[in-house]
Design a protein around this ligand. Structure first.
Ligand SMILES: [Ca+2]
Ligand SMILES: [Ca+2]
Length: 70
């Protein structure tokens, strides 16, 4: 079981514009900041898509949390 407070902090770091949703672009820049420059927008979209439960192409905190607890 992941720590929900840690998960929230992580989510807020990735969610650059603070709208409560992580887009592929936000995910890509978060990974780039973490030093992973190999992730292209297409890859980021694929990762988001594999975690996206309701098909809106963005990650809500619930979806992020569900992924962490898999
Ligand atoms: Ca956002
Ligand atoms: Ca979603």
């Amino acid at each position: 079981m992941a720590d929900i407070e840690e998960a929230r902090k992580q989510f807020q770091r990735i969610d650059a514009d603070g709208d409560g949703l992580i887009t592929a672009a936000e995910f890509k820049s978060a990974l780039a900041q973490a030093g992973d420059w190999n992730v292209t927008e297409t890859v980021a979209e694929a990762i988001i898509g594999s975690r996206d439960l309701n098909g809106d192409k963005v990650l809500s905190f619930d979806e992020f949390w569900t992924y962490l607890n898999k």
